[in-house]
Design a protein around this ligand. Structure first.
Ligand code: ATP
Ligand code: MG
Length: 298
């Protein structure tokens, strides 16, 4: 009886963090993958409306990406993963907690390929079709441009060819959709990537869970942005080599069996990768091995 009471009391105070992710679309797979890499396995398929994690007090709800900011503002979900473009467009009262580095794209103005373009002034009095009227409207008014904004919910890139707009404002990633519709990109208004947004009034227990989850996510992201590097260094250049790859605290240096050489182990940022490798070769480093890191606790 005592055990049962303790159990129910425990159940009552046990809180669950609720996260909203896109049901099906460009963000879905990467969002689920991120949770998986953070050690969170879900007990049913992603195509349900909700699922519950097994190893972490987390519940996932699957929604259209447009609806996520409002659900997070209302507290239906404590946090959500959306494109920064959707976060900016919806202007909801939520916090942007973390940029996640995937689903990178930009929002740009494009016009028919054959039209001349000398600058944003060109947009004065034009009809621009978009699914992002808020972001576009702000940009135009900041630059003193008065244009007619036509809101379309999809297939925006067709608008000029069917004669309902002179220009479009839409998501671009490789630019191939624009090209195949006879358009050219003329102004980049915003860059976007997936972000975590959060409700501003999260309870104490949920905030604790959120901290744990963010810690895991940051470790996953740090690992994917860094590589483990091992190399053999001639002792006379050791200090210079150490300066090039300082690592997290300082590199591990061990003597090789061969006199005059050391083995150096360190961590290297992906961004500086090629520049550093070239420098290490110049300094006489040999046998350079670069290994992926699975998790990085910083
Ligand atoms: P939903 O049905 O959930 O409303 P959607 O059609 O509005 O989905 P998607 O096309 O799945 O949205 O795109 C989701 C997000 O992915 C966009 O808001 C944007 O942040 C990002 N995104 C869109 N297109 C690309 C692209 N070509 N490359 C990279 N990221 C993109
Ligand atoms: Mg959408």
């Amino acid at each position: 009886m005592q055990i049962l009471q303790t159990f129910f009391r425990y159940k009552m105070v046990m809180k669950t963090l609720r996260i909203a992710i896109q049901k099906s679309g460009r963000l879905s797979e990467k969002s689920l993958e991120l949770l998986k890499e953070a050690g969170i396995s879900l007990n049913n398929g992603s195509r349900k409306l909700r699922s519950v994690a097994q190893s972490f007090p987390l519940e996932v709800i699957y929604l259209r990406d447009d609806d996520i900011p409002q659900y997070v503002e209302d507290g239906v979900a404590h946090i959500g993963i959306v494109g920064e473009n959707v976060y900016a467009e919806k202007e909801c009262d939520v916090d942007l907690l973390e940029r996640l580095g995937f689903s990178r794209c930009r929002l740009s103005i494009a016009i028919p390929k054959s039209e001349p373009y000398r600058g944003l002034e060109e947009m004065q009095g034009k009809r621009i079709a978009t699914s992002y009227p808020v972001i576009l409207g702000k940009y135009l008014s900041e630059h003193g441009i008065r244009a007619e904004v036509h809101v379309l919910s999809g297939s925006v890139e067709l608008a000029p060819s069917i004669g309902i707009a002179d220009a479009i404002f839409d998501i671009v990633s490789s630019g191939s959709t624009l090209i195949s519709n006879g358009l050219k990109e003329v102004e980049t208004v915003m860059r976007s990537e997936a972000v975590i947004i959060a409700n501003r009034r999260i309870g104490k227990e949920e905030a604790g869970l959120l901290e744990q989850l963010l810690f895991r996510i940051r470790s996953v992201m740090a690992a994917s942005n860094n590589k483990y590097i091992l190399l053999n260094a001639p002792n006379e250049r050791l200090q210079e080599i150490i300066r090039v790859i300082p690592g997290m605290k300082s590199p591990t240096v061990m003597p090789l069996a061969e006199e005059g050489w050391s083995s150096v182990h360190s961590v290297l940022s992906e961004k500086r990768f090629w520049e550093v490798i070239d420098r290490l070769k110049e300094l006489g480093a040999q046998g350079i091995l670069v290994i992926p890191i699975e998790k990085m606790i910083v």
